[in-house]
Design a protein around this ligand. Structure first.
Ligand SMILES: Nc1nc2c(ncn2[C@@H]2O[C@H](COP(=O)(O)OP(=O)(O)OP(=O)(O)O)[C@@H](O)[C@H]2O)c(=O)[nH]1
Ligand SMILES: [Mg+2]
Ligand SMILES: [Zn+2]
Length: 302
């Protein structure tokens, strides 16, 4: 006799998944038949809702992965036809995390995260960690992002600054920390969830890059309700299944201009009477954001 129950995947490694079923985490195998089905996306990741068959109350098998409501995914790094690499499924918000130093802030990469969040309809929150470190003099980029509508939280896992606001933002939601290695994602989760004690690694001074302390993504239940995912640091971030003519929609500040361009299929890169380029010249659209748009266009397959 087998009983069918639904659960939430909180950890997924090759061959096994940990599924939360009624407050209990149960290790499950994935049914062989599921693994053989052809697909261009990950079969089962954290955040997935699954149907588990409990055989004899002993062996547990995932028999079905339910359709994903949302996701945070990218094109799997490497050559070839490509495949979708899903980091977290069914999330409400993305905590895009960078630090004020060690490693350095990277606006180009931030814009890629934001484009993916827009494309996948997941609310982005920009988390700037290590606020205790000396901050670069020019903070005008903060205003740029806030004026577009993206919240920017200044926090420090070291001193505790801003953590109250962060905790409030997490309440009742499924959230995921994403960002480069070494920015302090696991350190922040340790502060928000005392007792968890996730491994953290010091940032190698030489490269100013993280050492990839977190290797496997996991989902943790929050005492205030909701779930929080820790993910491994990301070095490469390419969009998946984002048609090139939809890229401009993923830059919200272009919305009011792109319909005013003379050419309906304007790419906003070289066309005459382009309302977007005009707005960049007038300073109504931030030049760095526009530069990110142009770079992403170049990298997006037609
Ligand atoms: N000064 C300072 N250092 C911090 C802060 N938060 C984290 N760190 C340090 O930054 C380093 C990296 O922290 P982690 O939490 O491992 O970073 P991560 O983003 O989880 O890195 P990966 O797991 O590799 O992706 C550690 O040495 C932390 O002690 C902070 O607010 N201020
Ligand atoms: Mg980590
Ligand atoms: Zn245009």
């Amino acid at each position: 006799m087998s009983e069918l129950v639904q659960g939430l995947v909180v950890c997924a490694t090759a061959g096994f998944v940990d599924v939360l079923i009624d407050d209990e985490v149960i290790q499950c195998r994935i049914r062989g038949r599921l693994k053989k089905e052809p697909r261009d996306t990950d079969l089962c990741v954290i955040g997935d809702r699954v149907v588990v068959s409990q055989v004899d109350g002993q062996t547990c098998v995932v028999t079905e992965v339910l359709p994903r409501r949302t996701r945070f995914s990218r094109r799997q790094p490497g050559r070839g036809p490509g495949k979708e690499d899903v980091l977290v499924a069914n999330l409400d918000q993305l905590l895009i995390t960078f630090s004020y130093g060690r490693p350095r802030f990277n606006a180009r990469l931030l814009d890629r995260f934001l484009v993916i969040a827009e494309h996948q309809c997941v609310r982005p929150i920009i988390v700037m960690n290590k606020a205790d470190l000396e901050q670069p003099g020019d903070s005008s980029w903060h205003n740029t992002y806030e004026s577009i509508g993206y919240p920017v939280l200044n926090v420090s896992a070291g001193t505790g600054e801003g953590l109250g606001v962060l905790r409030d933002a997490l309440r009742g939601k499924i959230s995921a920390f994403v960002g480069p290695s070494g920015v302090g994602k696991s350190s922040l989760i340790n502060q928000v969830l005392p007792g968890l004690e996730l491994g953290v690694a010091s940032v190698s001074e030489h490269h100013g890059k993280g050492r990839h302390a977190t290797r496997v993504a996991s989902l943790y239940a929050l005492p205030q309700g909701g779930f929080l995912a820790d993910t491994p640091g990301i070095r490469e971030l390419a969009t998946w299944a984002l048609p090139i003519d939809e890229l401009d929609r993923c830059f919200p500040e272009l919305t009011r201009y792109r319909t005013e361009c003379t050419f309906r299929s304007c790419t906003h890169t070289h066309e005459p009477q382009c309302a977007v380029i005009d707005a960049v010249h007038r300073g109504a659209i931030d030049r760095n954001r526009y530069e990110s748009y142009v770079r992403l266009r170049e990298d997006t397959p037609a």
